[in-house]
Design a protein around this ligand. Structure first.
Ligand SMILES: [Zn+2]
Length: 238
């Protein structure tokens, strides 16, 4: 028997209660008791009322997690046994953004009786980071067979913290000002006046969704395509 596994896809399905836990973990959503019991919401301040708007993000989460196949050795258990494990790793990453990847991985898996192989541990952390940041990342020396097709992942180095990885993935650039002369001959910065509607109508641009945040607002000049993320989860919102 290879490892201890009831299903080759331990995260294949997800319940509404687990999706609620996901929003509580990522954005500290305050969800009323009725919603937690699957009943009609009567609390106007309940965060779950906004859940319909997150359908695309939930689809992204389901896609990322349902395709997880543990890399198992005999007598080992999957790094991600259920969705709770994903949420726990996310909470650890949120709590220690300045701790090195190698230290975090050791800290988390050393508590297990039968720790999974290191390749599976790295896979679990890559997946948690992808859920948090919508960026595909890989570990150093990760076999190419374990990498997903599509956008090339960025390596999150063992001696690098999550904060360092994110700032490398999203280098800050000064976009400068977009100055034009208005009708009266005055110079105006038009950046604040740019909207998706105007860009589509006036500049003839088209928009395309992306599930990789690195592609957010990237423009394909030849095709006149501007990419935007499938959803914009706001950190800390309630
Ligand atoms: Zn509610």
């Amino acid at each position: 028997m290879i490892g201890s596994l009831a299903s080759p896809y331990p995260l294949k399905s997800i319940t509404d209660a687990e999706l609620q836990q996901l929003t509580q973990t990522l954005w500290n959503w305050k969800i009323c008791e009725a919603c937690q019991n699957g009943e009609t919401c009567i609390n106007s301040r309940c965060s779950w009322r906004r859940s319909a708007r997150l359908e695309r993000f939930f689809d992204f989460y389901k896609y990322v997690t349902s395709s997880y196949v543990p890399d198992l050795l005999p007598a080992s258990t999957p790094a991600l046994r259920n969705h709770d494990d994903v949420f726990e790793i996310i909470r650890l990453l949120q709590a220690y953004p300045d701790m090195k990847r190698s230290e975090l991985t050791h800290e988390y898996f050393s508590k297990r009786d039968r720790p999974p192989p290191s390749s599976d541990q790295h896979w679990a952390f890559n997946l948690a980071v992808q859920v948090m940041s919508m960026v595909k990342c890989s570990a150093e020396n990760q076999p190419s067979g374990l990498l997903e097709l599509g956008t090339q992942p960025i390596q999150w180095l063992y001696n690098e913290s999550l904060a360092e990885f994110i700032s490398r993935a999203f280098p800050q650039k000064d976009t400068g000002n977009l100055h034009i002369y208005d009708g009266s001959g005055e110079i105006r910065d038009i950046k604040s006046a740019l909207s998706a509607k105007r860009l589509r109508k006036i500049a003839g641009l088209r928009f395309q969704g992306t599930d990789d945040l690195r592609n957010h607002l990237k423009m394909d000049v030849k095709k006149g395509l501007w990419k935007f993320t499938i959803t914009q989860p706001s950190s800390g919102s309630t």
